[in-house]
Design a binder for this molecule. Structure first.
Ligand code: MN
Ligand code: MG
Length: 650
């Protein structure tokens, strides 16, 4: 019987194992979508961040290895980009002769058996990637990416080896050794050539994942592969194959000859209930189309495992049973590291570049002439949003090249992510005037959302604004003491559309409820919405910049649906903002927001309201002088209560 890990894989639970037969426990260990999270450090906030990072995940790897007599470690791609460390190495320090990229150095330290590339490996261009991979002490495979297409898949000029055959000796439960040839093949979403076309100059081509699998897997079998593992940087999606599909794990699992799938790309966990009820996907057995599969989350917060119970008879390997599992970092208690521990080895491999990255993120990336804060965003003080809106708009303008869309007015939806509420009285964006460092960029855009753009009608933009207006309570004219903000609407669902000049009438009922459901079709709070002085034409089309969550429907904003998405390239908005700020010159001033873009309330004579905000807002009261603010002290939770006069309005 298996001497170690018996609680995990008990041969007696599998049929077909006769007394005296020697079972072999083979474990595949997956990391995926590390996005250069190596050390547990948040470079945006400039503080430690437990719960992520390969140095921490190394403990899970070590544990998983110790439980199995035979284990192989793979990475499934998207390791090169995703933290400021990646940008520092790519854009500032570069890879000189003999330099090993920190992602590769970290994987070398953990003795990976093979890896594949994801889509983000191409963010910095082909030359940088190939230089980085040059430092790898393990094979790198990809079967559907090529530098030149041939007449058929096997005639392509491949970017990397399509597959590798690993000859290993596996130890059985009685200690005897058996040879096995494990084939490892890799796949990436073919969209990579479009997503990173700006960095690739047409030097990379891609084929459909299934087409490539069908071309190469039989060759691997002919070459003697006993077991074939697919490193599939692709998500678990539709069961039906469509040419060029991005998330192809289910059709891929059906390819004859593939024995196990390590999946990724969508940063989710498999097996987990997220994938319940999908065709050909079984979350109870951890299989897709009957093949064992796993998806180990992202950022080193999880590690995926596939266990095989194998039997070798007459020189032929037979699979007796499999299981899949995802393990989370949070479940392992930190412990003292010995000098030779994997966690220590990983940390040491990136120690120097970590120090250099810290120095880089603490350097100013720009300068702001004014304080940028969110204390009064709901009152129309929009400076902290304008800068984000402008960065989004500039980026999207450069990326839209569809002739049908070029020239449409580009609007930019932005929300005060940090605006009190559950974030507490300190949970506001508060960037002082002066030099801007990376942590200030993170204060302006705290979430790692990706950019997206929609094509919407003016009518949908107006509905978007009505949905946003649910952030305010209805104010009865002449009343006093009503709380202005509806506490049930978090900051991220209060969207400002830049550079529109919008006037809300808060005496009207809200058209949408706090969850985004249309509750009063007769109600309208938008009195006017103008673009450069002209009323918004409901029939006209607009490009609307937003983030991938919103574009996918989060918060139920009108027009936010996948069929309207015209740009979604996974670029993180925070990085776009940083580059936007830096493009003004290292110490240049952030450009003043373009004129226009305002939020006002229609006058409600004799009406006052209560507005709660962070106590540090008192330094900026002059910005809302037209509301004649009067302090009413602090709430028990510590918010500053202001009495505001709505008599003047627009
Ligand atoms: Mn990824
Ligand atoms: Mg990916």
């Amino acid at each position: 019987m298996i001497t170690r890990g018996t609680t995990l894989l008990n041969p007696s639970t599998f049929s077909g194992l006769a007394t005296g037969q020697r079972a072999v426990h083979l474990r595949l260990i997956e990391t995926t979508d590390l996005h250069l999270h190596i050390l547990p450090y948040d470079y945006y906030a400039d503080r430690p961040w437990t719960g992520v990072g390969l140095a921490q995940a190394a403990r899970l790897v070590e544990q998983a290895r110790s439980e199995a007599a035979n284990a192989l470690l793979f990475d499934n791609g998207d390791f090169l980009q995703g933290t400021p460390m990646g940008d520092f190495v790519a854009h500032e320090r570069g890879l000189r002769e003999g330099d090993v990229h920190p992602a590769i150095a970290a994987m070398n330290a953990l003795d990976y058996d093979a890896i594949t590339v994801g889509n983000h490996e191409f963010n910095y261009g082909l030359d940088f990637l190939m230089k980085a991979l040059g430092g790898a002490a393990f094979p790198v495979v990809s079967a559907n990416l090529m530098t030149r297409r041939g007449a058929a898949a096997r005639a392509d000029a491949m970017l990397l080896k399509p597959y590798v055959l690993l000859d290993r000796m596996l130890v059985d439960d009685l200690g005897a050794r058996h040879p096995i040839r494990i084939g490892v093949i890799g796949f990436a979403p073919p969209q990579v050539t479009e997503w990173d076309s700006h960095a690739l100059d047409g030097r990379l081509q891609a084929r459909d994942i299934l087409e490539s699998a069908r071309a190469w897997v039989p060759e691997m079998r002919e070459a003697g592969a006993d077991l074939i593992v697919a490193l599939a940087h692709t998500g678990i999606g539709a069961a039906r194959h469509q040419d060029g599909m991005e998330n192809a794990a289910v059709p891929l699992a059906r390819v004859a000859g593939i024995d196990a799938l390590l999946t990724g790309h969508s940063h989710l966990l498999f097996p987990s209930p997220v994938f319940g009820g999908m065709a050909d996907v079984d979350i109870a057995t951890g299989t897709i189309a009957g093949k064992p599969a796993v998806m180990g989350g992202c950022w080193g917060a999880h590690v995926g495992l596939i266990d095989f119970l194998l039997l070798r008879e007459g020189g032929v390997w037979r699979v007796l049973g499999t299981r899949s599992e995802v393990r989370a970092l949070g479940e392992t208690a930190p412990r003292a590291e010995t000098p030779s521990s994997p966690a220590r080895r990983v940390a040491e491999a990136v120690a120097a570049v970590h120090t250099d990255t810290l120095r880089a993120i603490r350097r100013p990336v720009g300068q702001s002439d004014a304080a940028l804060h969110s204390y009064f965003t709901h009152l129309g003080v929009l400076d902290s949003l304008h800068i984000v809106a402008e960065a989004q708009r500039d980026y999207v303008r450069r990326r839209i090249d569809d002739p049908d869309l070029v020239g449409l007015p580009i609007l930019s939806a932005v929300a005060p992510f940090k605006a009190g509420g559950r974030g507490g009285p300190a949970g506001y964006t508060d960037v002082p005037a002066g030099p801007l460092a990376l942590r200030h960029i993170a204060d302006l855009y705290p979430f790692p959302n990706s950019i997206a753009a929609l094509c919407v009608t003016g009518a949908e933009v107006l509905e978007w604004l009505e949905r946003s207006a649910a952030a305010f309570n209805r104010i009865r004219p002449g009343s006093t003491g009503t709380l202005l903000r509806n506490p049930e609407v978090p900051g991220y669902n209060f969207e400002v559309i830049d550079p529109l000049d919008v006037v809300y009438d808060l005496s009207q009922p809200a058209r949408y409820d706090t969850g985004g459901v249309l509750v009063d079709p007769e109600a309208h709070r938008v009195v006017s919405a103008r673009l450069a002085g002209q009323p918004l034409d409901p029939e006209a089309r607009f490009i609307l910049c937003t983030n991938s969550y919103r574009a996918g429907g989060a918060g139920q904003f009108a027009g936010a649906r996948t069929t309207n998405i015209v740009l979604s390239d996974e670029r993180v908005t925070r990085d776009i903002l940083r580059q936007h700020v830096a493009s003004a010159g290292i110490l240049g001033a952030v450009r003043a927001p373009a004129p226009g873009g305002s939020l006002r309330f229609a006058a409600l004579p004799g009406t006052t309201v209560i507005f709660e905000t962070g106590p540090a807002a008192h330094r900026h009261l002059a910005q809302i002088a037209r509301f004649r603010p009067v302090s009413r002290g602090l709430t028990r939770a510590g918010f500053l209560r202001l009495k505001l006069d709505l008599s003047r309005g627009v």
